[in-house]
Ligand binder design. Sequence first.
Ligand code: HEM
Length: 158
Amino acid sequence: MNKSISFYDTPSPPGLKGIWAWLLTHDHKRLGLMYMWAILFWFVLAMFLGLLLRFELMSQGRTIMGPEAYNSLFTLHGVIMIFLFVIPAIPAIFGNFFLPIQLGTDDVFFPRLNLFSWYLFMFGGLFALISLFSGRDFPIPAGRFMSPSVWRSIPMSV
Ligand code: HEM
């Protein structure tokens, strides 16, 4: 019997292999794992920023950066930890991986939207990161996205 292939029979569009099969997947389990690695990546990066902050506070006065750079890194460390690690970790990883299994469904309701959401998550994080290099005083002080125009008159904007 000639059985037609259902959307849910393959984890990615048919014919894709390797990295592309992962980057274009609509499978909830794969997306759960992709969220896990992505969140781990942001966590390690924010931990590194936290260590830079600690180095700066190691001794009195300026150690490795000035006050403006400290404030920017402090803000980015907090933003990444909270918005890209603490908040999404459980719903994005466990929600994607286990919920459809527990409910006995093939996938989440909008699988492609689920993939799109992963890209929004990653590009949102990258935008926050490059904000460090887009301020008036390139490269570090005053990330542009954290710098409403009303703050432009003061030297530090975090
Ligand atoms: C789950 C969330 C967070 C984790 C796991 C975390 C982790 C860390 C780590 C490992 C360090 C460096 C180690 C140390 O100083 O002993 C650090 C330093 C720091 N973090 Fe976080 N952090 C988190 C959230 C935040 C938030 C939300 C803020 C503020 C908005 C923040 C502000 C700071 C500051 C100012 C430092 C440097 C101060 C110091 O080293 O004494 N952190 N963080």
